[in-house]
Each structure stands twice: as C-alpha cells, then as structure tokens.
Design a protein around this ligand. Sequence first.
Ligand code: FDP
Length: 313
Amino acid sequence: MAPKSDQKSLSVFLEDTLADLEHDLAKVYEAIAKTSQQVSRQMPFRVGMTKKLNPFGEKQAELDVFSNDAFAKALLDTGRVGWVASEELQNPLGGFSQTADAISVAMDPIDGSSNITTNNPLGSIFGIWRGALPKKGRDLIAAAFVTYGPTLTSTLAASGKVNQYVEVRDGENSGRFVLAYENMKIPEKPEVYGFGGTRSDWIPAVEEFVASLEMRGLRLRYGGTFIGDYNQVLQRGGIFSYPAHKKTPDGKLRICYETAPISYLSEIAGGNSSNGYGSILDINPKALTQTSAFYVGSSPIIGELEAKIGSKR
Ligand code: FDP
C-alpha cells in the first residue's frame, strides 16, 4: 500500500488519541520520531568507528554514540522521562523525577551497527515502562521501532494498535510522518524466515525446525539487522530468530533493549514471541544486559517451534 501524503500524520494521530495515550506518552513518541529524522540526516557524516566499547564489549561506531546522545537528550528534554537506559550506556541516565509511575525508556539507539559500513538497513528500538528498570516485558506500556532504509519509518504500539508511519519529505531538511499501515497484523500464513548466528552451532531442535521450514517452501530473508529482518515478518508472516546456540543457549539479543519491546508490539499485532519455552514477555530480567534465545513471528509457527524444542528436551 503506497502512503498518500494527505494521510493522517503522526502528530494528528497523537493528538487524536491523546486521551487514551496520555499526554506524557505522546510527548515521548514525538521526541523519538523527531530525533529519528535527525539521526537519519546525520548518517552519511557518521560512518567511522570510535575507540570506545559499549557495556557488551563491542566497539562503538560514531553513529552509535551520536544517536544514543541525541535520543537520550530528546527523551530527557520532554520533562516526562525518569530514566533512559541504553545498550550504549553503562548506567541509565536520570530524568526529572524517579517515582514508581515516572516513565522509563530502554533503547537500542542503532540496531545492526555492523551494517553501517555496508549501507544495509538500520533500526532503533524503544521499550517504554513506568518505574525503575529492569522490568518484565509484560509490564511495558508502549513500544516503538524505527527503520532507516530507502525510507524512514516509525512504528508504534499504542492504544492496542500497531501503526506504521513513513516520512514524507517536504524539503531538504523537513519532513513529516504519514500513516502507511494502520492496525498491523502479522499474517498467520508464514512466508519468510530469518535465523541469526551460525547454523552448525544452533541447537539440534532449531536446525531441524529450520529444515522443515525450507521443506515447506518458506523463503530465507536475512540481512543482519534485527529490525529490518523483523519488519519483513511483521508484514509478510513467518519467523525471525536469534536462536539458542549449543555454547550460548541464551543467544545474543538483549531482553530489555531489543526483544521485549518487539515481543510486546508483536503480541498486539496478533503474533507471538518465545525463548523456546514461553513468551519473552514473561521473563523477569535480573539485569538490563540479560539476553535470551529469541523467536518471534506468526502465532502458529511460534507454537510449532515451542513444540519442537519441548519434544527435544
Ligand atoms: P549488530 O550486532 O550489528 O548490532 O542486536 C545486534 C545485531 O546486530 C542484530 O541487529 C542482528 O540481528 C544480530 O546482532 C546479528 O548478529 P550476527 O552477526 O551474529 O548474525
């Protein structure tokens, strides 16, 4: 579906649903959307690496640091955010007030950093809770993700709906988000799959499951940026995974920064998520850095995956 420039804009959506969304949540979304435009415009100028490491021991790209600082500042400047936790920060930043009902945001400001130099799609991920983190995904009050590809999109899970907006440029530096997909639902019939890591290191249940997907004619779609790959599953149906490996049963992706927000959004879109045994949303993370095996997509296929892993236990 091609978005029309006269479609309802993101700011109109936020105004219309303000009563449901609550004023402070609308401000947080607005800050994310506006900052994603700034990050997107800066991409050609921030392609190098820094000498710094993030809390996971990964070298930070200039874009990781720039986008982390830009999103953190914009979120704190709303005056509505009590904490900003980020994959790129050792400790969360403190905002205006840190009460149990203050908004807390956990973010991956640039998802897929290893794809910066190759100009593959990139993303940003945001989980929004109330109170100090870490917290269960089940406690999320909202989630959002951004894709930086041929177009800039902003996808929100709010008021029981998942809506995707695309930026329409009005001029060199200005642009606005208009509705591209309303009330998105992950198709039940699976079409695509993408599994990260190294096939020979996957646990046997995963390898067998993927072989069965191939036999059924699903098409492999894997670009190496979680959000870019996930967005294909959201639109076409299927499964994305960074699975359990024999030596790393807890996979790679981080619950608070990456998988819980996308699992929350997926469940609103009628899909499901799992660590192989149950929903990602029911994991109670002990630390912001905790990872888990991750499977997300169309509900029936996640059910089949859990049955396969359970039968191999
Ligand atoms: P990256 O390390 O480039 O930031 O979460 C991190 C992530 O990318 C995901 O976006 C991606 O799906 C995964 O890691 C890719 O990991 P592998 O290179 O191990 O497949």
